[in-house]
Design a protein around this ligand. Structure first.
Ligand SMILES: *[C@@H]1O[C@H](CO)[C@@H](O)[C@H](O)[C@H]1NC(C)=O
Length: 193
């Protein structure tokens, strides 16, 4: 459907361009718009990426868009906390896999950064799923925002958020900023603060 709409859009654009014989710089702008639409994922494909608190004794945050996985989690005592962002669950234009890894003491990390992925694999983390379940932008394009990674080193808790306000609260509670897991679409299409 996306491709059909896109093809329609292009053919209408081309027809208008020919009909009006518009100046070259306008034609260039039309071309740029067409290309940028083509190189972004379809935001209507993105699903809520839920943040869940695991019932285990040390605080552990888990994120998923998979309702089957989430429902199983709720059956075993997980608590739904928030929709962290919107997430692609199939590889869309310009997106890359974001991996989930598990480590010692049930530590859970998410990253689309291949350097961080390799470092984690060398430091005892293992991929918790063979197939990547989530896809994010590798840079801040297509209306995406940073998915910030914070960590409480003493408790080995990893937390991810698009909200800089939430980030400040966690920093106040002993977390440090580690980096950016990837770039995701915010809920509601605007940056949630
Ligand atoms: C990826 O991770 C490495 C190591 O943590 C970091 O140095 C680098 O800046 C990250 N790259 C991006 C694009 O965020």
């Amino acid at each position: 459907m996306k491709h059909i709409l896109h093809a329609l859009f292009l053919s209408v654009t081309v027809a208008l361009t020919v009909a009006q014989n518009i100046p070259r710089n306008d034609a260039y702008q039309t071309d740029t718009l067409g290309r940028s639409a083509e190189t972004c994922g379809d935001p209507t494909d993105a699903l809520p990426f839920y943040r869940v608190l695991l019932p285990s004794a040390p605080t552990r945050y888990f994120y998923s868009s998979d309702l089957t996985v989430l429902n199983a989690g709720f059956q075993s005592g997980c608590t739904l906390q928030a929709v962290a962002c919107l997430m692609f669950i199939t590889q869309e234009e310009s997106t890359v896999p974001m991996f989930r890894l598990g480590g010692a003491d049930q530590e859970i990390i998410y990253t689309a950064n291949t350097t961080e992925l390799e470092d984690a694999l060398e430091n005892g983390f293992t991929l918790t799923s063979v197939d990547p379940e989530t896809y994010v932008y590798p840079t801040q394009i297509c209306g995406s925002v940073p998915f910030y990674h914070l960590r409480n080193a003493a408790k080995k808790v990893n937390f991810y958020t698009v909200s800089t306000a939430e980030m400040q609260v966690f920093i106040g509670n002993g977390y440090s900023t580690i980096g950016i897991a990837g770039y995701v679409l915010p809920v509601g299409g605007t940056e949630c603060e």
